[in-house]
Design a protein around this ligand. Structure first.
Ligand code: SF4
Ligand code: SF4
Length: 390
């Protein structure tokens, strides 16, 4: 039983089943596909996200208590940046485990020696997610912008040994789709029984790597065929976190792979709270709905952002049989890339306009890494950008 289970203050219309906490914007990897909104460049639609005002340990623990008490959340995901770069990460995770029924950790895998895995297990961590982009060490490290393949594999071994189930995240990109089968094989060898398949969905600085990294629907479909065949044979569950529009790939062909759609504005939104208390509608959204240090949950949750967001879909999706569920894919990546929540998002747009890849490649430098100097205070938080009226 959680420490708050008899003490909730939740208005029914403001209740959410889960919350994400971004413990820090800092990260020591340099993934070009990184979707963190604070990596956006100055002239991008998502520019100017304020990463200042990071809370101290007692302040963050109090914020987590308040968030759970006022939202009724029963599941917490701890993420970042790289959450384990915070010295108090284990303490915060332990508190989260006391507050809710299940806690999931997303880590880059470079900070999980045996002692940390044991500490996470004794804290009560339910599961941990590690990213594997290839079973080929050099290719994985190049895409991660860091020498980290061995760390990630070791982290998987240590966590599984400590009794924490591991989920592997595979981000499908143009340069690693052919490596997917190898990653599934590696999962089997490591005792990993769950894989989250995420086709690249660019926000933050990742929009500048679309030409090089965005996969084609054909590549994704080939991966899903492998997931269906080998995932089933090997008992590795496969779910897609980023939406895969059914107009590009028919979902009915798959019975093992589970497909997810955009959760913003549903009864189970993926709301995220950063380490300064800023609340956003999901990890890829840059608009701040409010600040939970200064405001109550009910006040923040009632801002119209999610409702308006839900009503807006790209024009091409109006009347589609999947309009309500699919919503046109990931509308935050449409906003990040094109400056509008109703613009067709880049995965679909590139499939419709393959010549756009060359146009974008010509306009954008492709060999840059995510610049850490952006992790600085920039002034007041950017308010939530209201999605356009339908
Ligand atoms: S809602 Fe839009 S993106 Fe989704 S399947 Fe229909 S037309 Fe395609
Ligand atoms: S906009 Fe929707 S699909 Fe995109 S990341 Fe957010 S919740 Fe997921």
């Amino acid at each position: 039983m959680s420490v708050l289970s008899t003490d909730l203050e939740v208005a029914p219309e403001c209740q959410v089943p889960r919350l994400d906490f971004e413990l820090t914007p800092g990260c020591d990897h340099r993934c070009a596909h990184c979707y963190n909104v604070w990596t956006a460049r100055d002239d991008d639609a998502q520019a100017g996200y304020d990463t200042g005002g990071q809370l101290s340990t007692p302040e963050l623990l109090a914020l987590m208590d308040k968030a759970v008490t006022q939202s009724g959340a029963r599941h917490i995901t701890i993420t970042g940046g790289e959450p384990l770069l915070r010295k108090d990460a284990i303490e915060i995770i332990a508190r989260a485990c006391q507050l809710v029924d299940s806690v999931h950790l997303i880590t880059n895998g470079s900070h999980v020696p045996a002692a940390a895995a044991a500490a996470l297990a004794s804290a009560g961590l339910r599961s941990a997610q590690l990213t594997l982009l290839s079973a080929d060490r050099a290719r994985h490290d190049r895409l991660k912008g860091a020498v980290c393949f061995d760390d990630t594999v070791r982290a998987a071994v240590e966590l599984v040994d400590a009794g924490v189930p591991v989920q592997v995240c595979f981000v499908a990109m143009r340069e690693n789709c052919d490596d997917f089968e190898g990653v599934l094989e590696l999962c089997l060898a490591l005792g990993v029984r769950s894989l989250s398949y995420n086709r690249m969905s660019p926000t933050g600085g990742a929009i500048h790597h679309i030409a090089r990294l965005m996969p084609t629907p054909e590549q994704v479909e080939r991966n899903l065929d492998v997931a269906e065949r080998l995932g089933r044979a090997w008992g590795i569950s496969v779910g897609t976190a980023m939406p895969i529009p059914p107009c590009l790939i028919r979902h009915e062909r798959y019975t093992w792979v589970r497909f997810g759609f955009c959760s913003t504005g549903t009864s189970s939104p993926n709301i995220v709270i950063d380490a300064a208390g800023n609340v956003r509608s999901c990890n890829l959204a840059s608009g701040v709905m409010g600040n939970l240090v200064r405001q109550d949950w009910a006040e923040i949750y009632r801002v119209p952002y999610q409702r308006v967001f839900r009503r807006n879909v790209p024009e091409m999706c109006r009347g589609c049989a999947y309009e309500r569920s699919c919503q046109g894919g990931c509308k935050e990546s449409g906003y990040a890339t094109f400056g509008s929540h109703t613009h067709v998002e880049p995965f679909i747009y590139l499939a419709q306009h393959p010549e756009w890849r060359d146009a974008v490649a010509g306009a954008i430098t492709q060999d840059e890494v995510v610049p850490m100097e952006r992790l600085r205070r920039r002034g007041p938080p950017k308010p939530a950008v209201a999605p356009e009226a339908p």
